[in-house]
Design a protein around this ligand. Structure first.
Ligand SMILES: Cc1cc2nc3c(=O)[nH]c(=O)nc-3n(C[C@H](O)[C@H](O)[C@H](O)COP(=O)(O)OP(=O)(O)OC[C@H]3O[C@@H](n4cnc5c(N)ncnc54)[C@H](O)[C@@H]3O)c2cc1C
Length: 413
């Protein structure tokens, strides 16, 4: 068994940022990764995916984008290369192709068993990702077997889908991007719309994330919101990073011929029952958008920021159009369903009592109820941007500080 002070599990942005912060404090550690650096991006992205955050937001502790296009959006190969450079610059003590099979208590610390040996450590940081596994609703099991079902992590490009129409369930960032690409490829897309956060790509001459960054919305702390559980359940930003900086929203998709319908309520073979909620859902997103843009307008006024005049935003749902309350997939020639319905996490290897009834790690700002065990990269962990590339660094610094504080007092078996 190899002894170290801290084992970090996962070499995505969270694990790499954690390693950098531990090294800065002189804390001995190892990063265990089941694949290679940025394994999730390598294996679970679709071909055309680009970051929805602009390059200037690709900032991690001690390292940030320094290329010629700060306002552009990285492709996945560019992002992987960025993470590789980051790991090299931090001299991350990385052990790749090593899957963690179990973490258990061991003396005052932990024993970490992997596919390639065992480690003992005073502390463990779980950095295995918020977008760990697809969260697919149970109704998916009622779908006729001849209809192909996919999750975004299995989707690469439209040609892999069977011929025919496609039902995409979920209209956050992933759902609208796939809907756009698949509709453009010549297939009829039906998009079942649930709660979403509508945002224009640009507003008043700047990227919308520039304004949200300036407003401090992205770095808002968990203590500053009324109900952190509710805030953590907010849908992801309906944004896409395209080289032309264009906006992709439901209105655009409707204009391109995609059909928008309400939430999927129930499925019986080929029959899909839909909620009569699309007008309400889109209106709610429009109201939130208007509130947010008003905050930007106020910021511009108060700070005298240089900005172009406000652009008007039309309501999403075109007046006079009604959405169906059910679909017959056979009649509509819909041959595949993509569940863009979010993510969940699973920790079958974590044998320390820190999981709640739903299997989520209990934590406060990344500190679990079990001393020495930490989690990093969770949605709104300490701040709204905790699971973003731009936000994970702050949380990593805080956890490294905590590990440094207790490290000297813990004896490892
Ligand atoms: C489609 C999509 C687009 C996104 N776009 C953006 C964006 O534009 N900007 C932005 O800031 N954020 C974006 N995000 C959010 C976030 O940046 C990503 O989810 C990112 O991957 C999170 O990094 P992470 O290090 O926390 O987790 P991950 O990247 O998931 O890394 C976790 C690592 O842990 C490893 N691992 C898991 N289990 C084990 C085990 N048992 N043993 C060893 N290793 C293990 C995995 O192989 C993986 O490498 C996006 C997310 C998704 C899903």
């Amino acid at each position: 068994m190899t002894r170290t002070t801290t084992v970090v599990i996962g070499a995505g942005q969270a694990g790499l940022a954690m390693s950098r912060c531990l090294s800065e404090l002189g804390i001995e550690h190892v990063v265990l990764e089941r694949g290679k650096i940025a394994h999730r991006w390598r294996t679970q992205s679709w071909d055309s995916l680009r970051l929805l955050t602009p390059n200037w937001m690709t900032r991690l502790p001690g390292f940030q984008y320094g290329g010629p296009d700060p306002d552009g959006f990285m492709s996945v190969p560019e992002l992987i290369a960025f993470f590789e450079r980051y790991a090299a610059s931090s001299a991350v003590p990385l052990v790749t192709d090593t899957a963690v099979h179990s973490v258990e208590r061991w003396g005052d610390g932990f024993r970490v068993a992997t596919s390639r040996g065992e480690w003992s450590a005073a502390s463990v940081v779980v950095a295995t990702g918020y977008c760990d596994r697809p969260a697919v609703p149970l109704v998916s099991r009622q779908l006729a077997p001849s209809v192909a079902q996919l999750v975004p992590s299995d989707y690469k490009h439209p040609e892999q889908l069977p011929a025919g129409g496609v039902l995409i369930v979920g209209a956050s960032s992933t759902g609208v991007q796939l809907a756009d690409e698949i509709q453009r490829s010549g297939r009829q897309v039906t998009l079942a719309v649930g709660r979403h956060t509508r945002l224009p790509r640009r507003y008043r001459g700047r990227d919308i994330l520039w304004w949200l960054d300036a407003l401090g919305s992205l770095s808002q702390g968990a203590d500053a919101v009324q109900d952190i559980t509710r805030s953590r359940q907010q849908p992801s930003l309906q944004l896409v990073g395209k080289p032309d900086h264009s906006t992709l929203d439901l209105r655009t998709l409707h204009d391109r011929g995609a059909r928008l319908v309400g939430r999927v309520r129930d499925i019986d073979g080929y029959r899909v029952r839909l909620s009569d909620d699309i007008v309400a859902t889109t209106a709610a997103a429009d109201v939130k958008l208007a509130e947010m843009l008003t905050r930007v307008d106020r910021f511009i006024e108060t700070h005298g920021a240089i900005a172009s005049p406000p652009e008007p935003f039309n309501p999403t749902w075109p007046l006079g159009i009604s959405a169906p309350d059910n679909l017959d997939l056979q009649d509509e020639h819909i041959e595949s369903v993509i569940w863009a319905t979010g993510y969940r996490r699973a920790y079958p290897w974590l044998h320390v009592p820190v999981l709640d009834a739903r299997g989520e790690i209990l934590h406060r700002g990344g500190l679990t109820p079990h001393a020495g065990l930490y989690v990093l990269g969770m949605n709104f962990q300490r701040r709204r941007n905790s699971s973003f590339i731009d936000g994970v660094g702050d949380d990593a610094r805080a956890i490294a500080g905590e590990i440094a504080r207790v490290a000297t007092h813990v004896r490892v078996a």
